[in-house]
Design a protein around this ligand. Structure first.
Ligand code: DGP
Length: 110
């Protein structure tokens, strides 16, 4: 298995897990870009959001919303990001949603 996030799901690489269910794993980003920076991934491998069915994207979004509440981000606001492809800045080719919060976000992003 050469996908980094599949190896995290399999427990071969340790992660700081914040949520897990049958379909989804969420863990803290190794290189946080905000006080709270969580990655939410499907347990089934999809290279990017372009390959994933709507129910999978929906589960990631619903998990992000729940975590925004449990992490105390929902009231002040937060950002969810799905980098896609090379120009989108996707470095890990396993679909993942970033949940970022705990500071004011800038726009436009870099
Ligand atoms: P992206 O650039 O959108 O593909 O985001 C990939 C993210 O994955 C990036 O923010 C850093 C994070 N990351 C890379 N390797 C690891 C790892 O081994 N553990 C954890 N927790 N995060 C990782």
């Amino acid at each position: 298995m050469n996908c980094l996030f599949c190896r995290i799901i399999a427990g071969e690489i340790p992660s700081s897990k914040v949520y897990e269910d049958e379909y989804v794993l969420a863990f803290r980003d190794i290189d946080p870009q905000a006080p709270t920076h969580i990655l939410i991934i499907p347990k089934t491998h999809y290279d990017s959001v372009m390959d994933a069915p709507p129910e999978v994207v929906g589960r990631l979004t619903e998990t992000a919303k729940k975590l925004a509440v449990s992490e105390g981000l929902a009231e002040k606001g937060f950002r969810i990001v799905v980098n896609t492809g090379d120009e989108g800045g996707q470095s890990v080719k396993h679909l993942h949603m970033h949940l970022l919060g705990g500071r004011s976000m800038q726009w436009p992003p870099g």
